[in-house]
Design a protein around this ligand. Structure first.
Ligand code: NDP
Length: 284
């Protein structure tokens, strides 16, 4: 029997309605949630991502500012702009779209964002807080994956979870969130020997490698929950994930599509983090 589809658009719609309602309450108290999105350079994918984020803010009634800079922008100017936004009471979340041009050190930029406005959860203080189990902001993509699992009431406690990919923005925080929820977690990377041995053992398989269709149906345990974070553009212009959906859907119990799975959830959780930052600012 084909897997059940984990539709991120449907779940996002429900969550965004709740976010809009909570946003209206905090706005009525004089604090309208506000997000500043900064993008440097003209990377076409980044331009699409930032426009989607700003539009999502508008749709739930949040204030949003898009600051788009040319690729020549210097690091000092970017840091100065972030300092201004840190001090701006109408802004509760600041997001710098990655990747940044090579002449700008991403770590220095991410560390410059005030931790209480770091709605991406990438500041080292927030990464550390997540590590010790008291996250202020959960990174949006892993947070969205957890919401997908929560929505199907999947028993995470005691489950075997395998994460393929170990980046700071997806793989590692995903592993920490699953660990904190009681899963037994394995993290794989590009050096992992016999990857299929690990993936076939997973009740929950999360894939975030950026390698199109690398996880095929024969690498998946029957009935597993498969969460595909990857977004890859194929030569024909179509998007696909890191999981080979056409073979995986006959083996998995649940599976996220690409597009329409984790992608919309990432933006939804960005809205959630911005809302929570505003609620804290309003002392709600
Ligand atoms: P990175 O390139 O930062 O990290 C990729 C990770 O995958 C690394 O840890 C790497 O291992 C590992 N990896 C690469 N090849 C293999 C392999 N053959 N076997 C096992 N592990 C491998 O990527 P990101 O985490 O930033 O993104 C991953 C994917 O998720 C991309 O497609 C990206 O576009 C997508 N993405 C989607 C989002 C969404 O909202 N849906 C949000 C963020 C990302 P090593 O550490 O050894 O190099």
């Amino acid at each position: 029997m084909p897997a059940q589809l984990l539709d991120g658009n449907i779940l996002s719609k429900k969550l965004r309605a709740k976010i809009a309602a909570r946003g209206a309450i905090v706005t009525a108290k004089g604090v309208r949630p506000g997000l500043a999105v900064i993008v440097v350079g003209d990377n076409p994918a980044s331009q699409i991502y930032v426009r989607n984020k700003v539009k999502a803010c508008e749709d739930v009634g949040f204030h949003s500012v898009l600051e788009s800079f040319s690729v020549e922008l210097g690091e000092a100017e970017l840091l100065a702009r972030i300092a201004t936004l840190n001090a701006d009471p109408s802004i509760h979340g600041i997001l710098v779209q990655l990747p940044l041009p090579e002449h700008i050190a991403s770590e220095r930029v991410l560390e410059a964002i005030a931790p209480q406005k770091d709605v991406d959860g990438f500041h080292i203080a927030n990464a550390g807080a997540l590590m010790v189990g008291h996250p202020q902001f959960k990174p949006c993509t892993p947070y969205g994956c957890m919401k997908i699992l929560e929505n199907i009431d999947y028993p995470i406690r005691g489950a075997r979870a395998v994460i393929v990919g170990a980046s700071n923005i997806v793989g590692k925080p995903m592993a920490l969130l699953l660990l904190q929820a009681g899963a037994t977690v394995t993290i794989c990377n590009s050096k992992t020997r016999d990857l299929a041995h690990h993936t076939k053992d997973a009740d929950i398989l999360v894939v975030a490698t950026g390698k199109a269709k690398m996880i095929t149906g024969d690498m998946i345990k029957t009935g597993a929950v498969v969460i595909d974070v990857g977004i890859n553009r194929m030569p024909d212009g179509k998007l696909c994930g890191d999981v080979d959906f056409d073979t995986a859907k006959y083996i998995a119990g649940w599976i996220t599509p690409v597009p329409g799975g984790v992608g919309p959830m990432t933006i939804t959780m960005l809205l959630m983090n911005t809302l929570e930052a505003a609620e804290k600012a309003a002392k709600l």
